[in-house]
Design a protein around this ligand. Structure first.
Ligand SMILES: Cc1ncc(COP(=O)(O)O)c(C=O)c1O
Length: 456
């Protein structure tokens, strides 16, 4: 592709994206396609000769777009919404073009140092202590994996050489994200050594049950090593009592990891900063700017007050990557399993500068207010019930009736293509989840969705 052709097709792509951002609601949120729809429309093998870009772009709009679930749609209320914000997308274009791989400082000085600067800015916004070291991963699942690998390194330093000692136990709540248990599998603790602690009526981890379980395990000769608390749990956005969990972690010498992947953004709003109480005492914490902070997928930040332990868990330097020792030059590869690293900090920098803290806070604050307002209206409706508190921007509710009624209601809502909601199970009952989090969403979108729910 010549520079002139690149310019022409680049403009075409930017024009397409600008139109898309202007009217994402022109598309159905959920596509009307069945599994297996795409492959029969594409050749069975890749082309031998290169094809013209016109043909590739035409097939993109003809074949790919109709099968997309539109996460940018303002009435995408499923899971936790994300935002492919234009400033973040511009940064992604630059990062793609630059194609930096900053495994070591020397292979990407600006990328390495911008990652230190942006994670430092985020640390300040979250009110975390200065000694916290920040690094960017793709997802919260990977951030948590690294946090928990550090916890294992702390508890069992011989594991690196000899394999994991049996009997290390990890504690988390029964509402914790599955990434916690997956991490325990990956670092060799085993599912049998994951304790899912009971929650209270607001779906928060119960410190009394945590301590009781730790004591029982100690009495059995097991080795409690780590506890994971959640700020903004996936099903209900419940906030575990982190200060009380931190006290217990301190008393029993456990590594404290906090999963604030979603809820960390709520903590940026001064009225909700108390959701992050106790997080300054964590050994590691994950927060995902790609969830509620306007940053395009993927970007998750892992903070730790013990980078030395994280480094002990992962550093292994082959000769070809050895660089001259310079204390000021950080080699991020020493702190993670993957060697290669995308220049993700660029989009975080663009987003933080473009919105500013106040811009992001205004969005998050509005989303919480709309969700709480909707929860009040649902609770006041004779046919519906709200099934969990609404501390953040997620409303958990159901129509009074059977689980089958509610499953059918969810299917009918999603089949309209006007909105997309997801579900969870609380206290054994099927519950609908409506999560507000896309920066293009307006209060009118929430209103329209509530009307839609009642209509269908
Ligand atoms: C509380 C929480 N933690 C972790 C995750 C995993 O996030 P990721 O997709 O970035 O791995 C999620 C996903 O929604 C989540 O809700």
């Amino acid at each position: 592709m010549t520079p002139d052709e690149f310019r022409r097709y680049g403009h075409e792509v930017v024009d397409w994206l600008a139109d898309y951002f202007a009217h994402p609601e022109q598309h159905a949120v959920l596509p009307k396609v069945e599994p297996g729809f795409l492959a029969p429309q594409l050749p069975p093998s890749a082309p031998e000769q290169g094809e013209p870009m016109e043909a590739i772009l035409a097939d993109f709009t003809r074949l790919i777009v109709p099968g997309l679930t539109h996460w940018n749609h303002p009435r995408f209320f499923a899971y936790f919404s994300v935002t492919g914000s234009p400033p973040g997308v511009l940064a992604e274009m630059l990062a793609a073009g630059l194609n930096i791989n900053h495994m070591v400082w020397k292979s990407g000085p600006s990328a390495t140092e911008l990652e230190q600067v942006t994670t430092g800015w985020l640390r300040q916004w979250l009110g975390l202590p200065e000694e916290f070291f920040g690094m960017i991963h793709d997802t919260a699942s990977n951030s948590t994996l690294h946090g928990l690998a550090a916890a294992r390194e702390q508890a069992d330093p011989a594991a690196r050489t000899h394999g994991v000692a049996r009997g290390l136990v990890l504690y988390t709540s029964e509402q914790a994200h599955s990434s916690v248990e997956k991490s325990a599998i990956a670092i060799g603790l085993g599912q049998r050594h994951v304790r899912k602690i009971a929650v209270d009526e607001c779906f928060r981890l119960r410190p009394d049950a945590l301590e009781e379980t730790i004591r029982a395990d100690l009495a059995q000769g097991l080795r409690p090593c780590c506890v994971v608390a959640t700020v903004g749990a996936t099903s209900t956005t419940s906030v575990d009592p982190v200060p009380a969990v931190a006290d217990i972690a301190q008393r029993y010498g456990l590594w404290l990891h906090v999963d604030a992947a979603y809820g960390g953004a709520a903590g940026l709003v001064p009225e909700y900063a108390h959701y992050l109480a106790g997080c300054a005492r964590a050994d590691s914490l994950v927060m995902n700017p790609h969830k509620w902070m306007g940053t395009p997928v993927d970007l998750s930040v892992l903070f730790t007050r013990r980078p030395d332990v994280l480094r002990r868990a992962f550093a292994l330097v082959p000769e070809y990557l050895r660089t001259a020792e310079d204390a000021r030059a950080l080699n991020y590869m020493d702190y993670s399993l993957p060697l290669g690293r995308r220049f993700r900090a660029l989009k975080l920098w663009f987003v933080m500068r473009s919105y500013g803290r106040e811009g992001i806070v205004a969005k998050v604050r509005a989303h919480i207010a709309w969700a709480q307002n909707l929860a009040r209206r649902i609770a006041a409706h004779p046919d519906y019930e709200v099934c969990a508190p609404t501390p953040m921007s997620l409303v958990c509710f159901r129509r009074k009736g059977t689980d089958e009624d509610n499953r059918a209601l969810l299917d009918r809502i999603n089949a309209t293509g006007e909105a997309f909601l997801s579900h969870t199970v609380l206290n054994g009952r099927f519950v609908l989840r409506l999560a507000i989090g896309n920066y293009a969403t307006t209060e009118a979108d929430v209103e329209r969705c509530w009307e839609l729910i009642q209509r269908v």
